[in-house]
Write a protein that binds this ligand. Structure first.
Ligand code: 13P
Length: 256
């Protein structure tokens, strides 16, 4: 089964609008001709609309880092799926560990958000992953099973087939520690098994499952040599054109 690899940059709370636009101008010139990797940029909300204009015709997609599940209403400070579509998004990161850790995002809320955005033809990038304590306690599989199963609860197999899931071990995020290629492949294959059990073989064969956590140009080729790893969700290294372009290039070579 051939799945188009995805390299998504999660900019977190970095970059003003002028900085975001300068990045787009430079990356457009740097990654010409790498069409078989789907590149997604997920800037802060404030940069979405102008980046959407700047990305037109580039083949690079736009994603948001969070969403609320209602279409509109008295929910001060929240952004709806309708607004994200309006701003030019096609992807939304859901359930990032930083949202789970600092903003009380539960598996139930993750599921509610996924359902809301699929209803607007936005593609979720659902994040799952264990903490260091959980890894050391040997419960990685239990944690990713619970998060994955709850996140996908009640979805149709055809919806899950379009989804992107990102395995991001929390201890590897922003720490410079990466899961070994073998460990990342093993957990991602396990997640694909969960998708198969819950949603069937077609959904499991088509859903893209990424690795995230200290992905850099130097460790990309090894991670991308693994059959179940369909790309990466990149934090720090997505903030610089040189390193992000290098990750895209190495993924393109590995998945050719
Ligand atoms: P780093 O690549 O900075 O470790 O961040 C990973 C991440 O959280 C992407 O969502």
């Amino acid at each position: 089964m051939s799945r188009k690899p995805v390299i998504a940059g999660n900019w977190k709370m970095f970059k003003t609008v002028p900085e975001a636009l300068a990045f787009v101008r430079d990356i457009r010139q740097t990654i010409v001709g790498l069409e078989h990797v789907q590149v997604v940029l997920c800037p802060p909300f404030t940069a979405l609309a102008l980046m959407s204009d700047a990305l037109r015709g580039s083949g690079i997609s736009l994603g948001a880092q969070n969403v609320f599940w209602e279409d509109k209403g008295a929910f001060t400070g929240e952004i709806s799926p309708v607004m994200l579509k309006d701003a030019g998004c096609s992807y939304v990161i859901i359930g990032h560990s930083e949202r789970r850790q600092y903003f009380g995002e539960t598996d139930e809320k993750v599921n509610q958000k996924i359902k809301a955005i699929l209803g607007h033809a936005l593609i979720p990038i659902m994040c799952v992953g264990e903490t260091l304590d959980e890894r050391e306690a040997g419960v990685t599989e239990k944690i990713v099973r619970a998060q994955t199963a709850a996140g996908l609860d009640g979805l149709a197999p055809e919806q899950v087939a379009q989804m992107v899931i990102a395995y991001e071990p929390v201890w590897a995020i922003g720490t410079g520690r990466t899961a070994s290629d073998e460990d990342a492949q093993a957990v991602i294959a396990y997640i694909r098994d969960i998708v198969r059990e819950q949603c069937g073989a077609a959904a499991a064969g088509n859903a893209r499952i990424l690795y995230g956590g200290s992905v850099k140009p130097g460790n990309t080729a090894g991670l991308m040599s693994k059959g179940d790893i369909d790309g990466a969700l990149v934090g720090g290294a997505s903030l610089k054109v040189e390193s992000f372009a290098e990750i895209i290039k190495k993924t393109s070579e590995a998945k050719r």
